[in-house]
Design a protein around this ligand. Structure first.
Ligand code: HSE
Length: 316
């Protein structure tokens, strides 16, 4: 084999749903993500050599079996599709907490395919990697939704409804807006959370939510802050999930009182995000964290511009 050096890719965490677009809208965040290092091996198939946690210690909670990890499932799907003779070995570095609502499984899947793609003699365009990354995400969350995988792959705010896949649409965002993401020290299993959602909804609620999605997207397109503020709402899913995050109501209230345009669960939670003008972001981050801690939950936080970058290869 001519070259069996490791190539490392980074994929960022993400906010699924962005309140208004369940399963169809996602936002990349900055400064936290997963890394996957990949190299070719003589053996066939995909092997996970090790998984490390954010402290660089062997991860205690994730299986090393290649068919039980989103990075290796996705990497394997890409590798098999190319029909290459040799195998691959992966080292996974988890920077995103598990069951945090920050797109942890999606980021591993994306970093896996981006690293393995870089091993190919003729790498695919980034947009062609989505369907491989979705295989891992489907394993983890028990359903097909691209609202974490898509922003983690291409960055920024992404429209990715199921009926359009594998096509996705990157939405241009105003320069002056930021997201604030707070991760309370709690765990929510996305697959279980999805299973417990109601199956039927009233027509009036569906119409209301549709108008919120349209109004929010138009507000983003036109940089119309009052349209964004009036429409960044979820009346369908958030009310069913917020009781799993006891600090949610107070954190949302304090975010809005301090100028956030909207605040909701990130994906299935427990993480909570707000969108605001960038000039207000650090203050909103600080009051949300203070409230979270007062409610008895330690937390971590990140502030990102709405156009944060997607996955990239770090080293060759
Ligand atoms: N759209 C998904 C959900 C995102 O809300 O279940 C999970 O991170």
């Amino acid at each position: 084999m001519s070259n069996n050096k490791y190539i490392t890719a980074f994929a960022p965490a993400s906010i699924g749903n962005v309140a208004v677009g369940f399963d169809m809208l996602g936002l990349a965040i900055d400064g936290v993500g997963d890394r996957v290092s990949a190299r070719k091996t003589e053996a066939q198939g995909v092997l996970i050599k090790e998984i490390y946690d954010h402290n660089g210690q062997p991860h205690q909670d994730l299986s090393r079996e290649a068919d039980k990890n989103t990075a290796s499932i996705s990497a394997n799907a890409l590798w098999e599709s190319r029909g290459i003779e040799c195998g691959i070995e992966l080292i996974i570095h988890k920077g995103i907490p598990l069951q945090s609502g920050m797109g942890s499984s999606a980021a591993s899947a994306v970093a896996g395919v981006v690293a393995v793609n870089a091993l190919l003699d003729e790498p695919l365009e980034k947009s062609k990697l989505l369907s491989f990354a979705l295989k891992g995400e489907e394993y983890a969350s028990g359903g097909v939704h691209a609202d974490n995988v898509a922003p983690s792959l291409i960055g920024g705010l992404v429209f990715c409804p199921l009926n359009m896949l594998p096509e996705i649409l990157s939405i241009e965002v105003p320069e002056n807006l930021s997201s604030v993401l707070i991760h309370p020290n709690l765990f929510v299993n996305t697959a279980e959370s999805r299973l417990s959602l109601k199956a039927n909804y009233s027509l009036s609620d569906m119409l209301q939510q549709q108008s919120y999605l349209a109004g929010f997207l138009l507000g983003v397109k036109e940089n119309n802050l009052s349209l964004i503020k009036g429409n960044l709402k979820d009346i369908i899913v958030e009310p069913q999930r917020s009781s799993a995050v006891p600090c949610f109501d107070k954190m949302k209230k304090v975010a809005i009182q301090n100028g956030a345009f909207g605040c909701s669960l990130s994906g299935s939670g427990p993480s909570i995000f707000a969108i605001c003008e960038s000039k207000d972001a650090m203050h909103i981050e600080s009051v949300m964290m203070e409230t979270c801690k007062k409610e008895g939950y330690d937390c971590q936080s990140w502030v990102s511009k709405l156009n944060s970058p997607g996955a990239y290869v770090e080293s060759n």
